[in-house]
Design a protein around this ligand. Structure first.
Ligand code: NAD
Length: 334
């Protein structure tokens, strides 16, 4: 398969899109990086990329973004951790405008491949009621009962990817990401996810001398977390493969939230009391990724140990918090 000369990355000002922009530039691709946010707010911004600020809910902007790009990684979405998606269901569903208009623009502008970042939130609640989750298999997505709002939008857009491939010949690839974490992502403000939120709380306690942190739920709920480097490798491998069905891209190292806190406390060198907030948003009871399909089709699965990835994540968040924090308002050069 010939490699594309120009790649569009939507959501490039965000966590995964920023890392993918860095990776593809390093690999020698031409990259057009697009996000709705003003560019000083992007987590990573590269002088070597063509950087555009566009609202991709608007169809005309999707044409401008897609024009001349052969491959498209569509990461743009209005999203966040459980606290955001449980309280902003309509906003999450409005990402359907981004996904619909990007698919139409990809088709009309002659893109040859389209990557859609779906989510483990497409899996039904009835498969995730116990902490001892054996791992969600791709076929478990139906009969459908996804996360309200965010999960329904992802499931619908997965389906649209399938029909654009079947009816219009656009080669779409769909990965179901399971909790991705790493540096250069959201760690405060309400959209952050558990690994970053726990790092922030423990660092804040350490810096202020507080002896306790709040945990959402009873801490027994389980998840798996994939480090960003595994996500980047897997997304590219899926994009370049002939895998046409939605496929899990996640870690199978399942831990409870309490175990995740143990890991971060060990990295931080502190031990704190835990105040469990039982009525906080907490999502499903147990979730992990079954990786039989990706092992079979790619001979690979995400394997970076949680402790190792959390050390890097903690170090970056610590640096942000002691230096006044916020985004990297710098242009990186390759
Ligand atoms: P992120 O919020 O850091 O990045 C998403 C980016 O999309 C943001 O920078 C945002 O400004 C941008 N965006 C939102 N609306 C836009 C619009 N109208 N036009 C242009 N850009 C817009 O999130 P992320 O963690 O990097 O996630 C990337 C993708 O992966 C998303 O589709 C998300 O649903 C999916 N996903 C992520 C995770 C995870 O754990 N991070 C898990 C499952 C799925």
């Amino acid at each position: 398969m010939s490699q594309p000369t120009k790649v569009l990355i939507t959501g490039a000002g965000g966590f995964i899109g920023g890392h993918m922009t860095a990776a593809l530039l390093q690999q020698g691709y031409q990259v057009r990086a697009v996000d709705i946010k003003p560019q000083w707010q992007w987590y990573q911004r590269f002088a070597a990329a063509e950087n555009l600020t566009l609202d991709l809910r608007e169809k005309a902007n999707c044409y401008q973004a897609a024009n001349g790009c052969e491959w498209i990684y569509n990461f743009a979405a209005d999203m966040g951790g459980m606290g955001f998606i449980e309280n902003n269901k309509a906003l999450c569903m409005l990402s359907v405008l981004i996904n619909t208009h990007m698919l139409v623009a990809a088709r009309d502008c002659g893109a040859t491949r389209f990557f859609f970042s779906s989510s483990a939130c497409v899996y039904p609640g009835y498969k995730q009621q116990a902490t001892e989750n054996p791992g969600l298999q791709e076929e478990d997505a139906y009969p459908a009962d996804p996360e309200d709002g965010y999960g329904w939008e992802k499931l619908f857009s997965e389906r649209m990817c399938r029909h654009f491939r079947e009816d219009f010949g656009l080669e779409t690839r769909v990965a179901r990401f399971h909790n991705v974490y790493g540096p250069h992502g959201t760690f405060d403000g309400g959209r952050e996810k558990a690994p970053a939120a726990i790092c922030r709380k423990i660092i804040a306690a350490k810096l202020s001398g507080a002896d306790a942190i709040e945990i959402w739920g009873d801490g027994l709920q389980t998840r798996s977390f994939m480090y960003i480097d595994d996500c980047l490798y897997g997304a590219q491998a899926i994009m370049q493969s002939e895998i046409r069905q939605p496929i899990n891209l996640g870690s199978a190292e399942m831990v409870s939230i309490n175990q995740l806190v143990d890991i971060v406390e060990e990295i931080a060198g502190v031990r704190l009391r835990r105040r469990y907030i039982l009525d906080a948003p907490k999502g499903v009871r147990g979730r992990s990724s079954d990786n039989a399909l990706i092992r079979e089709l790619l001979g690979w699965e995400p394997a970076i140990p949680l402790h190792q990835g959390m050390e890097k994540t903690y170090a970056w968040i610590y640096e942000q918090m002691i230096s006044g924090g916020g985004k990297d308002a710098v242009v990186n050069h390759y």
